[in-house]
Design a protein around this ligand. Structure first.
Ligand SMILES: [Zn+2]
Length: 390
């Protein structure tokens, strides 16, 4: 899945396009534009430039992407009733209709949908369960939701029938029982709200999730008259990338060996060179193909011995901390690997403790470092203590 650029001085690394010379750049941008990409100059339209946080010179020297190519306007909705391509604007709003045939594209809830919710403006702890009920109907004009009287069971996050009855009792002012066709329904205020509408203070519930939507559309991509699936891989996927970052490597390459060069190489393949980010128990973090992609970058944009890389990287470890150490060591004998404490490792530690499993390898050290040293972990723990349910 790539676009062929007719020059050897334009090189693909991990889905990004690196141009080695101004001439190669010219060819690359021309090719992208004729392929249908909308190409913008990041030195003018880049987010950081507009925010005044960088200059074009800094972007060039730091090796940022300087051009951004994007296939615009290829996302389409497809009505399942008439098979027409339609706008995606509002397509997932309750009661929205197809602009071609007039059929409804989406209902948030229909008879038989289940909704998990709590009543608004009440004190809840993070882990307090929700009430789950079955929808009878939703009168969006009047703003009433009608629910079957029976309580639906669920997992640990859903109230049991006994809990639900107590909870309904506590909030009895917010709903009423109505008779309909010889059965009882719960009727409560729930208004249809469109994006940007003010919060309607009559609405008495906060839904957590709703299952059983009525969905009468697909999301597809249409490029050069052909339809591609939104999420598929292989044949059904768009044959070229939807967006491409383009780099001008002549400002900064080739990069010399240095104690931090490995960080740049990890960045080039969109990965993380901080050992603290990864699992610490030796499990595999990536495949060999990542070292192949890195090898392309090493060959074209560093002064390192790329043939040696191709031979030796076959022996590099595949777990996060091990692999980072191997790449760093290849780049420079005095390489410094970052190893920041990290909330992820804290959560792994807590999870294993709950399951009664032991921490292995570097996990214990990473767990302790996270508890002691990582500000976001400490925030998290403070938050947990404050929000613990009564
Ligand atoms: Zn239609």
């Amino acid at each position: 899945m790539t676009v062929t650029i007719p020059t050897n001085d334009a090189v693909w690394v991990a889905g990004d396009l690196y141009c080695k010379t101004p001439e190669a750049l010219k060819i690359a941008l021309e090719t992208l534009r004729t392929t249908g990409y909308n190409v913008t100059d990041q030195r003018i339209d880049g987010y950081s430039i507009k925010e005044g946080r960088t200059t074009p010179e800094q972007m060039e020297q730091n090796g940022w992407s300087l051009w951004y190519a994007r296939l615009d306007d290829i996302d389409r909705g497809k009505c399942k009733s008439c098979q027409s391509y339609i706008s995606r604007q509002g397509i997932r709003m309750h009661g929205h209709t197809c602009e071609v045939c007039g059929e409804v594209t989406f209902y948030e809830m229909i008879e038989g949908s289940t909704i998990s919710f709590r009543f608004v403006s009440t004190e809840h702890g993070w882990f307090d369960p929700y009430l789950r009920m079955t929808v009878k109907r939703w009168d969006t004009d009047a703003g009433w939701l009608y629910l079957e009287r029976e309580i639906e069971p669920g997992g640990w996050s859903i109230m049991t029938a006994e809990q639900a009855e107590v909870y309904l009792d506590e909030h009895s002012a917010k709903w009423e029982l109505v008779d309909e066709d010889d059965r009882q329904l719960i009727k409560l205020r729930f208004h249809l709200r469109h994006m940007g509408d003010p919060v309607n203070d009559e609405t008495v519930i906060e839904p957590k999730d709703i299952f059983g939507h009525h969905i009468n559309y697909d999301e597809v991509k249409v490029w050069e008259g052909k339809e591609y699936s939104q999420y598929a891989f292989g044949d059904k996927a768009l044959p070229i990338p939807e967006s491409i970052s383009v780099y001008e490597s002549w400002h900064w390459a080739p990069l010399e060996a240095s104690p931090t060069l490995h960080e740049r190489i990890f960045r080039a393949v969109h990965s993380v060179s901080d050992a603290g980010y990864w699992y610490q128990d030796g499990r595999q973090a990536w495949g060999r193909d990542m070292y192949e992609r890195m090898g392309v970058f090493v060959r074209h944009f560093t002064t390192l011995d790329a043939d040696k890389w191709d031979r030796e990287s076959f022996g590099f470890r595949l777990d996060g901390p091990g692999g980072i150490a191997d790449v760093a060591q290849f780049c420079h004998p005095d390489a410094v690997v970052e190893n920041q404490p990290n909330i992820g490792n804290f959560l792994v530690g807590v999870t294993k403790a709950i399951r009664g499993e032991r921490l292995v390898g570097e996990e214990e050290a990473a767990f302790k470092a996270a508890v002691d040293g990582d500000p976001s972990t400490q925030d998290f723990m403070r938050g947990m203590n404050q929000r613990r349910p009564k």
